[in-house]
Design a protein around this ligand. Sequence first.
Ligand SMILES: Nc1ncnc2c1ncn2[C@@H]1O[C@H](COP(=O)(O)OP(=O)(O)O)[C@@H](O)[C@H]1O
Ligand code: SF4
Ligand SMILES: [Mg+2]
Length: 311
Amino acid sequence: MKELLKVEKLTISFADRKVVEDVSFSVYEGEILGIVGESGSGKTITSLSVIRMTPESAKVEGSVIFNGKEIMKLPEEEIRKIRGKEISLITQNPHSAFNPVFKVGYQVVEPVLIHYGVSPKQAKKQAMEVFVKLGISEPEIRLNSYPHELSGGMKQRAVISIAILTGSKLIIADEPTTALDPTIASQILKLLRNLVEETKKSIIFISHDISAVGWISDRIAVMYGGWIVEIGKSKDILNKPFHPYTKALIEAIPGRKIKPKPIPGSPLDINWKGCRFAKRCEFARTDCFEKNIDVKTFDSRSVRCLYPLIQ
Ligand SMILES: Nc1ncnc2c1ncn2[C@@H]1O[C@H](COP(=O)(O)OP(=O)(O)O)[C@@H](O)[C@H]1O
Ligand code: SF4
Ligand SMILES: [Mg+2]
């Protein structure tokens, strides 16, 4: 499979605080890479660095290669062409994706006009076709509606339609279902999964919910305290987590046979040299607080832990 995105040794700091440290991962064509971790673990800021949209106060180091181009070094004009055309962003709040004063149709069709120069009539026809495909009933009426007239789920579908219409190769979906009710959320997950299967697009699916990430993703990257602590195939990771934090996340899934175990402590408490998870880790030893923690690789899986649970 072709490597569409390669992030290497990404480190992001605000003043002297490293909120992302030494993060490396790839996204292949036609796959969904899930990024999972608690709030504050660095998921959003990592994904924003891919389209160079981190806040100005952030110092970003490392390499981000998208489709053969080093994003970090591209002129602003080039990166603007990539944003919204080759890489689309879907966020938690579909309401903020639309300007309330313009009709949905205009806002869905406009990016297609900008990037492809097709006629407005043609662009509208394409939009209607995509709306139908995404299960939006009465597409003509929806296109003629103002954003506030659409439900959250409808709006999120409309945002996804823009990503399809612009022909994006990579969709970054940052907690796209968190604000939706569970039935709609699962419909959106299915939609995204079908999209990848039918079109060979790639998705970075970000969520704090390891069940959603596990269901939708081909591979999972688990983030903790600005590190990727484990990355590998979803099935392998869910069946047998190698990193103690991944194990704890899985054990905390509600509705399992065993009682969910909350993870004690706070992910923001990381003021020592060694493993960022050490204070909360049930397997921590003294050297976990003192040594540098390198990434260990086992076949298709990598783990950042001194004592991975491989037995
Ligand atoms: N503009 C900012 N200034 C300072 N710190 C920030 C800023 N944006 C994010 N952070 C910090 O970066 C860390 C990672 O944030 P984020 O990527 O939003 O986490 P997640 O998406 O996993 O919840 C957090 O500790 C957050 O406080
Ligand atoms: S390095 Fe040590 S503290 Fe960190 S996750 Fe592994 S066992 Fe736990
Ligand atoms: Mg976030």
